[in-house]
Structure formats: structure tokens, C-alpha cells
Design a protein around this ligand. Sequence first.
Ligand code: PLP
Length: 445
Amino acid sequence: MTYLFHRSLNNTPPAIVGGLGINLWDSAGNTYIDASGGAAVSCLGHGHPAVIAAIKKQVDEIAYAHTGFFTSEPAEKLAANLVQSAPNGLNHVLLVSGGSEAVEAAIKMARQYYIEKGYPQRYNIIARKQSYHGNTLGALATGGNIPRRENFLPLLIQTHHIDPCFYFRYSYDQEDEACYAERAARSLENKILELGPETVMAFVAETVVGATSGAVPAVLDYFKKIREICDRYGILLILDEVMCGMGRTGYQWAFEAEGIQPDICTIAKGLGGGYQPIGAVIATDEIYDAMKLGSGSFQHGHTYMAHPTAAAAALAVQETIQRENLLSAVKERGDYFAQMLRNSLEDLDCVGDIRGRGLLWGVELVQNKKDGNRPFSPSVNLATKLKKTAFKNGLIIYPNSGTINGRDGDHILLAPPFIISHNEIDNVIAILKNSIKETMMDIDN
Ligand code: PLP
């Protein structure tokens, strides 16, 4: 008997009781390798002593105080730490409790910025298909994840979606990456012109698309073109790095690899590494100053923003990443991970594409890669079946079984902790390959 609303109301999952490094174990004694870090959260793995100590110290001092009355040392230090690692101009950090909250705040920041500047007619949001920006209504409206949106459509604010930058699924035959980058970016300009540039507030995109597409980095120069278009029409660029930020791609900020910077960036997941729920929005001086010199406040707030214990945990996570030089480790281990994934899985006909960056990788499953990479019908629920098989075999991977008209297809995400060793990578990939074969055999039967 359970009184808890589980994700699946017909299936109570095993109870987790412990974890260390990349491993987890449940109350029945089963062990699992956490190859997706939950949902790209556990960047330091489980049971990290430095983070546990920081949380205990903070709770001993003061667990919580409301931001209407107080600031706190961990919140101030965390904000400073984030600003020091960010490019010039991104100097202002709002701390919230998770990714969806961060996206909601980013959208409202963009809106208030334009009101302060005297452009209240700017409210349109352009985002991309096959994206995910969270599950609260504003974030859900912004995302392009069709299955998650469809039941709630009447409740969602109107947003506008262009095609993603997803070369594997959206490029034409024979179209090279440079032409594709041009065409994919031009679709933003077309949409801006269609809506009227003076009505558009922001373009929102994941720098590396996570859950709804399976670790899809943009092709070279796409984001440079996007930045140029946003600047030309005075539109804010909001990059959602809730999944891909905080070192996951081998860069502290995933946009560093693109040679651009956003006006606003959202982060969460790896910020606190799962030790506490926390997210953040970082914004430029331009946006902050418009509010500071205008109405003097950001008309937004949550009870738990800048929560001292959550901030202490996140600060310890980020300091550990910096102290142990884990960004280089992500790059080095990510290269090894990619090479082993390709060596091991490329001979499987059902593996259509392997893509990613750093330690964020996606494997796209298709009917037969020698026959046009057609996705399976969503009714097969292939990625979810693979997740279950892998789980039975002691491996945690993150699935997405999408819609066929939206072209999402089936893919799984791999996002192991940054501390994963080469041996552990070999083990993850061996179990994954066996699980894929087992799942395909089940489907054939
Ligand atoms: N944005 C992106 C890119 C995400 O991947 C997610 C979660 O997967 C969110 C926003 C929402 O974050 P949360 O689940 O913490 O609300």
C-alpha cells in the first residue's frame, strides 16, 4: 500500500536506501549503476563527503530563513562563484529550487525587462520543437515536448515553435552542415518576421538539447547565427542549460563551446548535484540594471529561493568540481565514453545515431539504420522498454519514446557522474549493449 503519488500510479518502484560513487542500491539489496545521474543530475555521484559535510554544517548553523528578511553567506558565495565562472556581463544570479522554476523566472525577467524599457508590446516567445523546458505551465508552454503538452494545451500561454537544430533528423539529403546551420537559423528570422519583430520578447533554446531529443548539440555556427539574429531584432536570447550546464558538456557553461553568450541562462540539476533541490537564473547587467533603475525590484519570488542549505550544497558541489579539475575529467572521460559507445554499438542495426558532448550522450534507436533510420511507432514504447530491461540488468538510463509526427523517435540519454572511471564506462557500455539486444529480441518475438 502506498499513499504517495508515484510517476506510474500502477507501479511502485523499488525503495532506494543507499548510494556511493556511481552506484545505488535498493531495500531488496539490488544494485544499480547510475549511468544517467538520475536525469543528468548527480554530477559528483552519490555520497560525496565534502557535500554532505557542507550540508550538515549549514543545517547546524541555520537551515532556512526567508529572503524577504535575510540573505545568507552560502547564497552570496554561490552567486559569486557562478559569476566568476561566467563570461563578462553575466553578473546577476537568482537562486530558485529547480529547473522549471528557473525557466519561469527567466521568462518573467525577459518580460519585465521590456516593460522597464518601455516596450510592453514585446511578449512573444519563440522556442523549438523537440525541446523540454520544464513542467510548470509557463515552462511547459515554452517547451516543444508534444506528449507532455497535449493534455494541458488549453491552459498553456501561446508560444511559437520553430524546428530544432537537429542535423540527424531535420537535414535534407546531401545538405552539408554549413547549409543546414544557415537554414535552421533562418527559420528563427522567418518566425520573427511573421510575428512582427516588435512583438517578440525572447528566443528560448537548450544549448545542447536534452530529454526530448537525446543529447543533441547544434551544428557549428548555428548559435552564432542565432545570436546575430536576436541582436538584429533586439530579442533576448535565453539559453536553458538546466540539463547541459554546470560542466556536463566539459564546459562550465555549455554555450562556451558555441562562442556566444546569452542574455539569460537557466541552470539546475548539476548545480546542486542532487544533494539539494536548487536552480538558478543568471542575467546580464543590462537586464538587472533595467529593473534596478526602473521599478527597483523583480516582481517574482518563491518561499524557498536562495535557500541557505540548498545553496551550501551547491557551493560545495561547484567548489569540488573546481578543486578536483573535473571539467577536464569530463572532457577526457567524455571522449573515451564516446569512442567506446561508437565502437561497441555501431554494429547494431537498431542504433541510428550516437551524439552528444562531454558526458551527455544520446543513442537513437531506429528500425534499421540501413533502411532510412525510420523510428519505431510510439506504440512500441521502445526506449521505455529498454529502460526497464537495463534497470533489470542493474543499469540506469534515461529514456524518451516520442511522437512520430513530431519526429522525436526513441532515444536514451546517458549522463554518468563526472567521476566515472574508464573501467566503469566499459561496464556501462557492455550492460547497455546486452540490454539493447535483449530488448530488440523481445520486440521481435
Ligand atoms: N529545462 C531543461 C533543459 C530540462 O532538462 C529540465 C528537466 O529535465 C527542466 C528545464 C525542468 O527542470 P525541473 O525538472 O528541475 O523542474
